[in-house]
Design a protein around this ligand. Sequence first.
Ligand code: SF4
Length: 687
Amino acid sequence: MIDQENGVFPAVCPLDCPDTCGLLLHKENGRIVKVAGNPDHPITKGAICNKVRNMAERVYHPERLQYPMRRVGAKGEGKFERISWDEAIDEITGKFKSVSETYGSESILPYSFYGNMGILGVDGMDRRFFNALGASMLEQTICNAAGNTGWKYTMGANRGTLPEDTEHADLIVIWGGNIVSTNMHQVVLAEKARKKGAQIVVIDVHRNRTAQWGDWFIPLYPGTDSALALGLMNVLFEQGLTDEAFMQKYTVGHEALRDHVRSYTPERVARITGVPETDIVKLAELYGKAQAAHIHIGNGLQHHDNGGMNVRSVACLPAITGQWLKRGGGAVRTNSYASTNSDALERPELRSNPEPRVVNMNRIGEALLEAEQPIRAMMVYCSNPLVVAPDTERVERGFAREDLFTVVHDLFMTDTAKYADILLPAKSSFEATDLYTSYWHQYVHLQEPVIAPVGESKSNVELFSLLGLAMGYDPEIFGETPEQMIAGALTDTGNPYMNGVTLEALQEHRFVKLDMAPHASYLEQLPTPSGKIELFSEAMAERGLPPLPTYRALVEGYDGEHPAGPDDVHPLMFLSPPNHNFLNSSFANTEKHQRMEKMPMLQIHPEDAARRNIQDSDAVVVWNERGRIELTAKVSEAMLPGTVISQGLWWDGSGRKQRVNSLTSNRLSDMGNGATFFSATVEVKRQ
Ligand code: SF4
């Protein structure tokens, strides 16, 4: 494909989005001129989002990094000089060796996430390198750790309703996820269900695009999702809308749960959540009487102090109503049916320190500034922590340390890249070979290079292969081609869903469906300790967590029972969900995507605005003890009073501080050591 100047070539979207769309890249004179959806893809069927329709602008952006560079200005200033790849590899390996010898190899830390979802690049050659080096490990819990943990305590594995089944539901509840912006093909499937009469209910703190599209929007106070789920259970048990036979056969703890939820009366839950008592009863009745009710659990409710419990509580609803046996019924958090042979990919045996120091990525600022054993060198790739990590001001102070050696591998001069000592140009996904799975649908994709590398850019696999060989590590392991790595990753996966997914099949078809035969007996073999759905969890009790779903108020935040008082200096809850045209911090630097989003805004309720004499379009300052940012006010009734919202992870603008994570906390969630982005309080004033 790479050698053909003109034509249309298959590809896959590399972004951290559940849809994992099949793409077609149109090439003229060796350049991509159009990015379109692949109509032959069974799930995404040719439709793609605006973000990626405009992907060519990102690939050929004039500010794409073209060659390796060495910092010549102050940290953060963004001044660099060109160097060769040989010089870059020499400097990095020389520094890593000297840091290892002087301070120990665990003084080196990789920092990465899924800026590009290619498995070889972020769970492959990079892991081999840091294993061989004996570096500290990164606990990668910035995204869905809390929710996944809460779900797993209940269901055992991150598996739920299959996307295409959801069109058979007659009630679809979208809970805490703005799927119009973040999972557009679920919207398409829900529309099919709606045409057959299904009702779509949206539960969220924000009247976002999804809430506007749904039939019934139920706003609630941030972080009170667990209370609402418990209130619904109260009504379902009270009214006999539960499925006793299902609970007997497939669950443990239903009698304890029945007693436990008696205290979550609609009246009490209405007070906590801000949802009217009548709506709680109405929703419970709608859910309990539905033929097939599907709950789509988004990311929003898990990014709280109580995020794991929020998801666990919602996950109990289909279990007490027997919805798992209905076609289209049930729930989904993420669908992780696919998996690879991670030992073959990561080569853990290369590590001489099998229990290295682990640094939680949500606490990178604290780790850089306060770790007992200081971090002396960092390598950042597929992530932009100065924008995406919580408590950004602290993160920035950490990266500014003069004694810290930092390497950044990226497509652009991000806010983080400005702090690099060595800055390396990364290939886009369309320039490299990699393997992609979806965390929503059941197709595995192969991407092969469609265009030549831009400038001297290299993929993660190429970079870590070069570094490994330069360090003198085993050439058989560090000299593997991407194809050899994929073949290894797909061999002996121990996962029956992966039967038939081979390199050869992928090379022939570009995407291959998982073998879903084991799904038929999913409920019979749940990987929980009891083998059943655990409404009561001994494992949680052993870890000091409430074994039954239980509402706990936020560490930082308010609810209807504990509202902000006159002594609260930061009386507003601040939430920073995704916008429509960026994906985390990606696309925040491309003009077309910026234009589509206009500017970073703060949505504030008219009552809160009036109290502060704030008018629409006023420049406002938003602050708390962690930081201070400047936004433009949008007075709106899209949230309940007391909540303010800024969508999108903007980079710092020309002289304007606008990174929302300056205000978010690095506290960890109740389960899974996840991020608590949405449990933050602030005050606002006119600038
Ligand atoms: S970001 Fe999501 S919806 Fe957009 S093209 Fe990629 S996978 Fe599809």
